[in-house]
Design a protein around this ligand. Structure first.
Ligand code: CFM
Length: 546
């Protein structure tokens, strides 16, 4: 970002923010707020426990497992073992879309259902395993699904119900239904990130590798960490199809159990969201010999770059030519739309505080709009998502991370088949193709930009005051508070009601939506309700209770 003007140094802002905290909390938060200097290796504290009461954006482990990774798979029954609230609040809120499948609208699509054991007091006191067995049987009898996943909520871990033993017993009893459980209690990790890992492990143990049928395409890939939010996956699939690239399995947007079972037959894994699915990429490489590359389909240029990486990997002249044709056909339209939108967006400031990958990926779209990202951070990313995988050996394992099972994976004695030689992978890596690597967000951000992990509500307010950004990107929990400060908020989890934003057509949609949001002055006319009351109003006064 060297051509851009230098951002203001936020050192004083950081001091001011920290001054308000009790000393111990200030010391902890200081390590998660880093003023970026791209010349330095700076450590960004992340994946540590949230401080109670700071108003985090984070979710729980159950959300990361049940909702994020398994949620988008249409033909598995996701049965939640727990009180009904855990199901209700995870019911169809993520805007992950799916095809109806070959059987049409009445086929196997359970996404819009909400399955729960609805635990009651007596289940907590006397145990809930019997109820769980009955629920599995009932779901099977009604729907005859290929698979049932059982998801543990907090009380299940507390009372000690063994979801794995119950699942095993029911799998044997039912015979033609793959039943498996997840120890993804909400408290199991410091955020939803732990749930991703648990989901990866169980899918790898119970599903991946169950079907050795050779895929039909010539260039067979898996797309990892793409969840078809707002139809993103549909747009990426459209582009792949046009290029002649066959997607064996997407983890897990628009996915099916059959696709997971066959995914080890692909020849390349493309990793989109590194945070949620890097475990699967590594395990598929170790056990079956499939290399992985980091890609980003957010942004017109990034999409072209990702496609070219695939061409280079397969080293096929026809594929490379076809990819160039597709780019030549689609990218100019994207660029033309960006040029139009830039009349309204150039020089404007953006802030992004989302999840574990979008705060990085979406900076590409803002660059294409000539907007500056002044501050960004993840809710639950790890140090490698900020600083790159080079820091992996230096990440300390603490009591929380030790809580999550690390699978011992070895090369499959019969099915391990290295798809590319080490020499080829090394050459590709040297060309900058990010083979088995992710460089993280930090190196792509401007000097003096402020990186904040697991941002707090107080920090959000202070950052808004200081930078006066033109757009703030986060989620529904943040949306209305930020908008009451006069700043438009774009939801980068659900895309509000919009999308897709991935691929070529997605970029066009995004430019248009941001152009629209920045072209109105309505937000500046808003006056927050608390500003129209005298500051002595008792309803506005709060104090810390020591
Ligand atoms: Fe990956 Fe995601 Fe994200 Fe994520 Fe998420 Fe999401 Fe997200 Mo919300 S898997 S880390 S746990 S890209 S649900 S589709 S938008 S926080 S940035």
């Amino acid at each position: 970002m060297s051509e851009e003007k230098k951002l203001p140094n936020p050192s004083e802002l950081k001091e001011e923010i920290l001054a308000k905290y009790p000393p111990k909390i200030a010391r902890k938060r200081a390590k998660s707020m880093v003023i970026n200097d791209t010349k330095l290796d700076q450590e960004i504290q992340s994946n540590v426990r949230t401080i109670p009461g700071i108003i985090t954006q984070r979710g729980c482990t159950y959300a990361g497992c049940k909702g994020v990774v398994l949620g988008p798979t249409r033909d598995i029954i996701n049965l939640v073992h727990g009180p009904i609230g855990c199901s209700f609040y995870a019911w169809l809120t993520r805007r992950n879309q799916t095809d109806p499948g070959p059987e049409g609208p009445d086929g196997e699509n359970f996404i819009n259902y909400c399955f729960s054991t609805d635990m009651q007091d007596d289940n907590i006191v006397f145990g809930g395993e019997k109820k769980l067995k009955e629920a599995i049987q009932e779901a099977y009898d009604i729907f005859k699904p290929k698979a049932i996943g059982v998801f543990s909520t907090c009380p299940v871990g507390l009372i000690g119900d063994d979801v794995h033993a119950v699942s095993k017993e029911m799998k044997e009893k039912l015979g033609d239904c793959n039943v498996f459980g997840f120890s993804c209690e909400g408290y199991k990790g410091v955020s939803q990130s732990a749930g991703h890992h648990i989901a990866n492990n169980q899918l790898f143990k119970h599903v991946v590798g169950n079907d050795d049928t050779k895929p039909e395409g010539k260039f067979n890939i898996n797309l990892l960490g793409e969840y078809n939010i707002g139809g993103d996956g549909f747009e990426i699939d459209r582009i792949f199809k046009k290029c002649g690239i066959n997607v064996v399995c997407t983890f897990s947007g628009n996915s099916t159990m059959g696709a997971f079972e066959q995914s080890h037959m692909a020849d390349l894994n493309l990793v989109m969201c590194h945070r949620s699915i890097n475990y699967m990429a590594e395990m598929l490489e170790t056990k079956f010999g499939i290399p992985w590359m980091k890609v980003n389909f957010i942004g017109g240029e990034s999409t072209a770059k990702a496609l070219r990486k695939i061409g280079e990997y397969f080293e096929d002249a026809e594929l490379i030519a076809r990819i160039e044709e597709v780019i030549a056909e689609e990218l100019p339209l994207v660029q033309a739309r960006a040029a139009e939108a830039r009349k309204y967006t150039a020089g404007k400031l953006a802030m992004l505080f989302v999840g574990g990958s979008r705060a990085h990926h979406y900076q590409e779209l803002f660059k294409e709009l000539e907007m500056e990202t002044v501050s960004a951070g993840y809710e639950f990313g790890h140090r490698d998502d900020y600083e790159g995988r080079k820091v992996l050996p230096t990440i300390k394992v603490d009591a929380d991370s030790r809580n999550i099972e690390e699978l011992k994976v070895e090369a499959d004695p019969e099915r391990f088949n290295p798809r590319a030689s080490d020499i080829k992978l090394e050459t590709l890596q040297k060309k900058g193709l990010e083979v088995s690597d992710y460089k993280g967000m930090k190196s792509d951000m401007a000097d003096n930009s402020l990186i904040v992990d697991d941002i707090t509500h107080w920090e959000t307010e202070k950052l808004i005051d200081f930078y006066k950004p033109d757009i703030f990107c986060a989620g529904i929990k943040e949306k209305y508070v930020v908008q009451k400060s006069g700043i438009p908020l774009k939801q980068l989890h659900s895309y509000d009601y919009g999308g897709p934003y991935a691929g070529f057509n997605g970029a066009i949609n995004f430019y248009t939506d941001i152009e629209t949001m920045l072209s109105t002055t309505i937000w500046k006319k808003l006056k927050a309700p608390w500003l129209s009351k005298p500051s002595t109003d008792p309803s506005l006064i709060a104090e810390y209770v020591a």
